[in-house]
Design a protein around this ligand. Structure first.
Ligand code: 5RP
Length: 219
């Protein structure tokens, strides 16, 4: 199996979590796109979807799946999204596509978070993938200096603005041994909107596409 077919297999396995009359949360990125494509098969079961990005909303609309606002739906039964890194504790790094803040909101508002990934995303320790941090533009340099103090090497994602009008600092060289603590520390820096560690609210289910099929892990 190639990486792409592994992503697709994990995405299709997530369809099993969809029940009749659900409004589900849908994530962002290439693996989430495979999930959206797979939704064609079951879209008559859905009452609608909440998108974690403008790009995902557009893709859902093309399938004629109603895109709803989280403020109107209330909490959701299910959120399906990819990840840049995942551990067997189901802690994640997300935000490679820059949608981390809306992804974290939808994950927080969902009863079940099913993460879908190919097996290159599975790691023992988070941090080889540069950690995305969404920052209010005027705080870019200030937050950058705090990130250096914490041992990271922040790099501005040049030419990129988030759906919320902010910038992203990708932080290199972090070995994230205590993800819950670092997630909280970073979120307390003035000017940080959120960071891409998903450990306080980890995934509930991780579906990993492998050479031999889809492996399911739960907390
Ligand atoms: C977007 C994300 C994505 O889930 C993450 O970047 C994985 O993307 P892909 O499925 O393309 O590898 O967090 O903000």
């Amino acid at each position: 199996m190639t990486r792409e077919t592994q992503k697709q297999a994990a995405a299709e396995a997530a369809l099993d979590y969809i029940d009749w009359d659900m409004v589900i949360g849908v994530g962002t990125g290439s693996t989430a796109n495979y999930f959206i494509d797979a939704l064609k098969k079951v879209k008559n079961k859905l009452d609608g979807a909440v998108a974690s990005s403008v790009a995902t909303a557009e893709r859902l609309r093309k399938l004629n799946i109603p895109v709803l606002e989280l403020s109107d739906t209330g909490d959701l039964p299910l959120y399906v999204d990819g990840a840049d890194e995942a551990t067997r504790h189901l802690h994640l790094i997300k935000g490679g596509g820059g949608a981390l803040t809306r992804e974290k909101i939808v994950a927080a508002a969902s009863a079940k978070f099913v993460c879908i990934a190919d097996d290159s995303k599975l790691v023992d320790v988070l941090g080889a993938f540069p950690l995305p941090v969404e920052v209010i533009p005027m705080a870019r340099s200030f937050v950058g200096r705090q990130l250096v103090r914490l041992g990271g090497q922040p790099e501005l994602r040049v030419g990129f603005t988030t759906d919320n009008g902010n910038v992203i600092l990708d932080v290199h060289n972090l070995e994230i041994l205590n993800p819950i603590e670092l997630e909280e520390t970073l979120n307390h820096l003035a000017g940080v909107v959120t960071n891409g560690i998903f450990a306080r609210r980890p995934a509930d289910v991780l579906l990993v596409g492998t050479e031999t099929g889809v492996e399911e892990m739960t907390t």
